[in-house]
Design a protein around this ligand. Structure first.
Ligand SMILES: Cc1cc2nc3c(=O)[nH]c(=O)nc-3n(C[C@H](O)[C@H](O)[C@H](O)COP(=O)(O)OP(=O)(O)OC[C@H]3O[C@@H](n4cnc5c(N)ncnc54)[C@H](O)[C@@H]3O)c2cc1C
Length: 321
């Protein structure tokens, strides 16, 4: 007697996808949109925690300026699904295989197979451990003056000195207000020329460490407390978090890494192709500096090259039939 396979069939795991996109932020979704419109079988695996989820508004994206970042992605998912791509809410926990036969294992144990992989898992912002800072992240405490500078123009802005990059940040925010205070023990290391430049433009430099970020009863940032017992009244605080790429899957696949201005990152060419044939990166997984519109564009670029790569595969397969 022949045994019947009673395993439930799932369109997700039954047959290989042309492309598995891990990460459904602006980069991954834009890639999926282009690939689905190129009539590729595409699945997006997304854990649903985009980096800018803490912000109510997104800026610097033509025609979308001021939109909620989560609304942008919701609209994006609808567009992607409209062309037949699948979007699965899950976390990809492991990656293996090689070009033509990659596997991605999800946190619920399902295993997907795909001919090509695009990893667009973004990065994590690791904030300095200061009480009250996390609660303000994306609201009173921000990182990017091009994203949030306009909203606090002419207000009292503090900048935390967390690394040598903070000096650049403190210099930059002076473009949005003439009331800048650069705070923290690292400011003691400023070279004399930089210090003179700050002082010439009226930027205050305070060397005590910040012990707490202060908020009022409504949760609005009001300033910072310092370890000399004083407080500084502020309307906004700029901070440079440590940027950590979400690159666990790429490490598992053995992708080469390269030292860059933000630390070690996955090495990739201008299309996002990594050192592993068949594996691309896009968005903040490719480079830390990419804002939303750039991340989306990098997804598009990777998608067009992935499709061309698959066309080459399709032709080789046709020739061997
Ligand atoms: C507070 C804040 C405010 C910002 N404001 C702006 C702004 O106004 N304008 C602007 O242009 N940029 C802004 N940015 C930058 C913006 O967040 C990034 O440019 C953008 O999110 C990059 O898109 P991405 O697709 O590369 O990554 P993300 O948007 O971070 O998307 C990555 C996705 O991958 C998912 N993921 C990660 N690991 C896995 C896994 N293993 N399996 C499945 N899914 C996974 C995540 O859950 C997430 O959904 C801001 C950033 C921050 C922190």
């Amino acid at each position: 007697m022949t045994e019947t396979d009673t395993t439930p069939r799932s369109p997700l795991t039954d047959q290989p996808w042309d492309v598995i996109v891990v990460g459904g932020g602006a980069a991954g979704l834009n890639a999926a949109l282009v690939l689905a419109r190129a009539r590729r079988r595409v699945v997006v695996i997304d854990a649903g925690a985009p980096r800018n989820r803490f912000a109510a508004h997104m800026h610097g994206f033509l025609t979308r300026d001021g939109m909620s970042p989560l609304e942008l992605l919701e609209l994006g998912r609808a567009e992607v699904r409209g062309y037949g791509a699948e979007i699965v809410h899950a976390t990809a926990v492991s990656a293996g295989g090689e070009a033509g036969a990659f596997t991605i294992t999800l946190d619920d144990g399902r295993v997907l197979a795909g001919r090509r992989l695009l990893v667009a898992t973004g990065l994590r912002d690791e904030l300095p451990d200061i009480p009250g800072l996390r609660e303000q992240w994306g609201r009173g405490a921000v990182a990017c003056p091009y994203c949030d500078g306009w909203e606090v123009r002419d207000r009292r802005i503090g900048v935390i000195a967390t690394s040598p990059m903070s000096t650049h940040q403190a210099g930059l925010v002076r473009q949005w207000t003439d009331d800048v205070t650069f705070i923290g023990p690292l400011t003691a290391d400023l070279d004399p020329e930089t210090r003179r430049g700050f002082e010439a433009r009226g930027t205050r430099i305070l060397t005590p460490a910040i012990t707490e970020v202060l908020s009022d009863a409504a949760g609005v940032l009001t300033g910072v407390a310092l370890d000399d017992g004083s407080t500084v009244d502020l309307d906004a605080l700029f901070v440079g978090p440590r940027l950590v790429p979400n690159d666990e899957l790429l490490r598992q696949l053995g992708a080469e890494r390269v030292e860059g201005p933000m630390g070690e990152w996955t090495a990739s060419d201008p299309t996002g192709l990594t050192s592993v044939p068949g594996v691309w990166v896009a968005g903040n997984t490719a480079a830390a500096h990419m804002l939303v519109i750039v991340a989306a564009a990098s997804g598009l670029t990777a998608a067009t090259v992935i499709n061309a790569d698959l066309v080459g595969d399709d032709t080789r397969q046709a020739l061997t039939r």
